[in-house]
Design a protein around this ligand. Structure first.
Ligand code: KG4
Ligand code: ZN
Length: 393
């Protein structure tokens, strides 16, 4: 079955065509086509993601990403129907807030016809609600046009599955022993999730304030570095390590390290960095050292809480996912720590390109939930939900 997947929860506009052969979780997945456009350059001048702009850019870019995916896949329509006026009017109603997206989609359809896809998977949350709605409405319009069902997908489930998707070898999900603990670290989330089986998720810990990616972004901003801050901080921190720089601030707080529960807090760490900088002009060396000091605390807190979760639930697998898991140093710290201290536990981190937001992971999560597919008539009732939780899946 070919799955068309759509991701618009934040500042990446992504559309993929993924062929799944077999049943979840034992299927083989072939990436037929992948369109991914990052809006980062647009948001950079605002120092973070600007929701109204993200929504507008998704609307302007979705059809080009669909075209790219279709072209790469070499997908051809069996026939190119005329759109009857009634269908065209329904499409325009679904996309009434994005009239240019409706125009682009209708032009695409007249040129390419109905694509032979078996289902459409779309991120329905969590994320920026206005941005999510663009993707969800686009999926509804496609469902009507092509007579295909729509599967609403949880973005965080996508991150989990992306981390065990073996794109470099056999294009399958790695068969993992349960229970598994998943640490999700992204711009909007910091969560520990317990999986007793496939597609069973229980939230066992979460941040009480900022997400860890958000802390990276805010600390970077305090240091005058561009958005997104994660890669910038990590680059500087790596240089500090290479050059063995002395600490800039060796007593940054390790928030909630000893709270006894599995929750996190990162806003105090960010505030401590703000005080450490105060109104000083940081030299390049200071910035490198402070970036490393900050990242060391992040590592300590994340590893400690994850270890507590693993011990508490007797986990046999650790899955780390979300944009911050693109950080190779951090992932290596996890791997070496758990390899040494928890013999036998398998640690999975995403392949390059699958850590930050993408639509391949949305196809995987969609395939896991084929049973939730809303037929074309029911698809029009689907909703985007900014605070959708994994525990609801
Ligand atoms: O998962 P993601 O692409 O989007 C959300 O769902 O939020 O995560 C984006 C977050 C941003 O906060 C970004 O700064 C962070 O991931 N990030 C990193 C790195 N690359 C991206 N954080 C630390 N180190 C990195 N190399
Ligand atoms: Zn994400």
């Amino acid at each position: 079955m070919i799955i068309l997947s759509i991701e618009t929860s934040c500042d990446e506009t992504a559309v993929s065509l993924v062929e799944a052969v077999g049943d979840f979780p034992n299927a083989k997945y072939e990436i037929l086509g992948n369109g991914l456009w990052s809006q980062i350059d647009i948001h950079r001048e605002y120092g973070g993601v600007f929701p109204a702009l993200a929504k507008r850019e998704h609307a302007a870019t979705l059809v080009s990403m669909l075209e790219k995916a279709v072209r790469e896949a070499g997908l051809k329509s069996d026939y190119t129907p005329e759109i009857d006026p009634e269908t065209e009017s329904k499409i325009r109603t679904i996309l009434e807030r994005e009239p240019s997206l409706a125009d682009n989609l209708i032009t695409f359809h007249k040129e390419h016809g109905t694509m032979p896809v078996g289902a459409i998977a779309v991120t329905a949350g969590p994320g920026l609600e206005p941005a999510l709605w663009v993707g969800v409405n686009f999926a509804k319009a496609l469902a009507l046009l092509w007579n295909v069902s729509v599967i609403p997908v949880n973005h965080m489930e996508g991150h989990i599955l992306a981390s065990i998707f073996d794109i470099e070898h056999d294009d399958e999900l790695t068969p993992i022993p349960f229970p598994a603990v998943s640490l999700l670290i992204s711009g909007g989330h910091t969560e520990l999730i317990l999986m007793k089986d496939w597609i069973h998720y229980e939230k066992i810990g979460q941040t009480r304030d900022d997400a860890v990616g958000e802390a990276y972004d805010k600390v970077a901003r305090l240091m005058g570095l561009p958005y997104p801050g994660g890669p910038e901080i990590s680059k500087l921190a790596n240089e500090a390590r290479k050059n063995n720089l002395p600490p800039y601030k060796d007593d940054l707080p390790t928030p909630m390290l000893h709270s006894g529960d599995l929750d996190f807090s990162f806003s105090g760490l960010k505030t401590a960095v703000r005080y450490a900088i105060a109104d000083k002009e940081l030299s390049d060396t200071d910035k490198k050292a402070l970036a490393r000091d900050f990242e060391d605390v992040v590592r300590t807190v994340l590893i400690k809480k994850t270890e507590m979760a693993i011990n508490q639930y007797g986990a046999e697998t650790l899955i780390i996912g979300g944009g911050v898991s693109a950080n190779q140093w951090l992932m290596n710290e996890f791997k070496s720590y758990f390899l040494n201290s928890h013999k036998g536990i398998n640690v999975y981190t995403p392949s390059p390109g699958l850590a930050t937001d993408n639509s391949i992971m949305i196809a995987l999560a969609g395939h896991a939930h084929l049973d939730k597919a809303a037929n074309p008539a029911a698809a029009k009732f689907l909703k985007a939900k900014g605070n959708r939780s994994l525990s609801d899946e």
